[in-house]
Design a protein around this ligand. Structure first.
Ligand code: RB5
Length: 150
């Protein structure tokens, strides 16, 4: 994903906002547009609100990819994944960041600010944004993820 017309949405809770802001700078350095959905300070907030805001932004077409950050990356990704068409992948290293794109066509990268440091997060993000979905055999599996009428 190198097209400057593509927008990356960012969202985090209070445990993740500092890492979010560091990643925002890294994305902007690549010339990509950023949609920052908050939160923007240390005051306590509820991670589902930010997971849902991310999902809505992707579903509305306001962003093509997203990055979610909370303490572990778990709660905020669970919330986002409740939305049809959202495939949020919790990644801890560049291998999971690569495979979530190649095999799962993940559209949201979830990171745990209390689990990994900035350099690992930045490397995960770089791989997430630059790796293409492989298609092929993975397509039928991805089509089964969203449950009809659920
Ligand atoms: C907040 O304390 C923490 O629970 C949250 O950031 C996240 O780790 C939840 O999954």
């Amino acid at each position: 994903m190198t097209d400057a017309t593509k927008t990356v949405a960012l969202a985090a809770d209070h445990a993740g906002y500092a890492l979010k802001d560091q990643l925002r700078a890294a994305i902007e350095e690549q010339g990509l547009a950023v949609l920052d959905l908050g939160t923007n300070g240390p005051d306590r907030v509820d991670y589902p609100d930010y997971g849902h805001a991310m999902a809505q932004a992707i579903r509305d077409g306001r962003a093509t990819r997203g990055v979610l950050v909370c303490g572990t990356g778990i709660g905020i990704s669970i919330a986002a994944n409740r939305h049809r068409g959202i495939r949020a992948a919790l990644c801890h290293d560049v291998t999971t960041a690569r495979l979530c794109r190649q095999h799962n066509d993940a559209n949201v990268l979830a990171l745990g600010a209390r689990i990994i440091g900035f350099e690992t997060a930045r490397d995960c993000l770089a791989v997430f944004l630059s790796t293409d979905y492989e298609g092929g055999r993975h397509g039928d599996r991805i089509a089964k993820i969203d449950v009809p009428n659920a």
